[in-house]
Design a protein around this ligand. Structure first.
Ligand code: SF4
Length: 417
């Protein structure tokens, strides 16, 4: 009998997983079975009548269709066809947090020791470890990140910063960083007046939202531009519309050249970036760099949310540099901000943010190229995680740009040229 991990112990698996069953004739009698969602939807009543039945969901399946059945379904399995496919995590959070499912939630497919902690944080309580791996060894995966993740999870609903606040009550009384915010605001005013037309180029990450909020609240003449690569997570797309609604400001969305993209996909497939750095960079060039070049054409300056703390590669990020590639000044007004400062600003000012931040994504890019990180990991470790280079960049921020660096933290007026 196959074995799996259940309730943090190795157990025999009494269920038969029917990966391809498309009709009742393919469902054996007398044993508990896990059927595909399509068969469940088509033959729900007949399956119910024949005994113990669970349902398995593919990454693209919408768990909402199971809502009427959740009270009676003893088991739902969520498939991970590939280790790096993170959609099942969202499915689990929806089932547990939003729809209140309390039955067995099982991870199936390419399930490895490294995922167990994160999967359990999302609400999974059973794990069918990949056949070529030993479930006994995989059990130790629960202890690999014993300190807990820093975002909210199904198992730990309060994110790290709230848990830390509870542990350090004095933190709630810390003064807000008004002078720090004023510094950034002064930089933005200066850029807007000296480098018009200036744009903020953002993917609406946490840092970008600080700048969006400051620009919109202060009605600064800085347009907001973003790149819709065609591979963005739904959460990012939802945030773009939320920004429009919340602030009433336009967001200029730039997209890749359709013909160039079609030809690239025809030649290399839809997900070629996993195969080589060259193909990944080519994809980034088509989906990001080229649309950015169009977004910056004719502009006086561009503004980013880069911070030195984000990665080793970014640790020398200046407040201002000349972007020789695009032929204009580039400003990074949050260069010296910490992650804590960013989140303090967002919380204090009730700024909307990308829902993926609550699921362990400090840095968010295209969906297939971004995954959650663990505490202590580089915040950008979840970007192109299969690559080993510490200089993982998509090309948008690659140096050298001829730098006319201005260390402006103490002299915000020095941002002007
Ligand atoms: Fe392509 Fe990934 Fe780069 Fe997005 S992040 S442009 S999907 S390689």
């Amino acid at each position: 009998m196959p074995r799996l991990i259940k309730k943090r112990a190795v157990a025999d698996d009494g269920w038969t997983l029917l990966r391809n069953a498309a009709s009742l004739a393919e469902v054996p009698d007398g044993v508990p079975v896990i059927v595909p969602l399509a068969l469940w939807i088509e033959r729900r009543a007949a399956l119910h009548a024949r005994g113990e039945v669970g349902v398995w969901l593919a990454p693209a399946d919408d768990p909402r269709v199971l809502v009427p059945d959740l009270a009676t379904l003893p088991l739902i399995a969520v498939d991970f066809p590939k280790f790096g496919d993170g959609r099942g995590y969202s499915t689990a959070r929806l089932l547990r947090d939003r729809y209140g499912y309390r039955g067995e939630l099982r991870a199936i497919g390419d399930v490895l020791r490294d995922q167990l902690f994160a999967l359990s944080e999302c609400g999974f309580d059973a794990f069918a470890i990949r056949e070529d791996r030993d479930p006994v060894d995989a059990l130790a995966g629960f202890d690999d990140f014993a300190a807990g993740v820093y975002t909210s999870t199904a198992r730990t609903p309060r994110p790290w910063f709230r848990r830390r606040q509870a542990e350090r009550p004095a933190a709630a009384n810390e003064p807000q960083p008004t002078p720090r915010v004023a510094e950034v605001l002064a930089r933005l005013h200066s850029i807007a007046s000296s480098h018009a037309p200036a744009v903020l180029a953002t993917a609406f990450g946490a840092e970008g939202m600080v700048l969006v909020d400051l620009i919109a609240r202060n009605a600064l003449p800085i347009r907001i531009v973003t790149l819709d690569t065609g591979r963005l997570p739904e959460e990012t797309l939802a945030l773009i519309d939320r920004v429009r609604e919340r602030y009433g400001v336009p967001v200029d969305v730039y997209t890749p050249d359709t013909r160039a993209l079609e030809s690239f996909v025809a030649e290399n497939g839809v997900n070629p970036f996993y195969r080589s750095v060259e193909l990944r960079e080519h994809c980034c060039a088509l989906r990001k760099s080229q649309p950015l070049a169009r977004a910056l054409a004719g502009k006086g300056a561009w503004i980013t949310g880069l911070r030195r703390e984000q990665s080793a590669y970014r640790q020398e990020t200046p407040f201002e540099e000349f972007d020789a590639l695009h032929g204009l000044q580039k400003f990074n007004p949050l260069a010296d901000w910490t992650w804590d400062e960013v989140w303090r600003y967002l919380r204090t000012n009730d700024v909307p943010y990308n829902a993926l931040h609550d699921r362990g994504f400090p840095s968010i890019g295209c969906s297939p190229c971004t995954r959650a990180v663990q505490p202590g990991e580089d915040p950008r470790a979840g970007r192109w995680w299969w690559e080993t280079s510490e200089h993982k960049e998509c090309g948008l921020h690659r140096r050298p740009a001829r730098r006319v660096a201005v260390e402006a933290s103490a002299h915000p007026q020095a941002v002007t040229t």
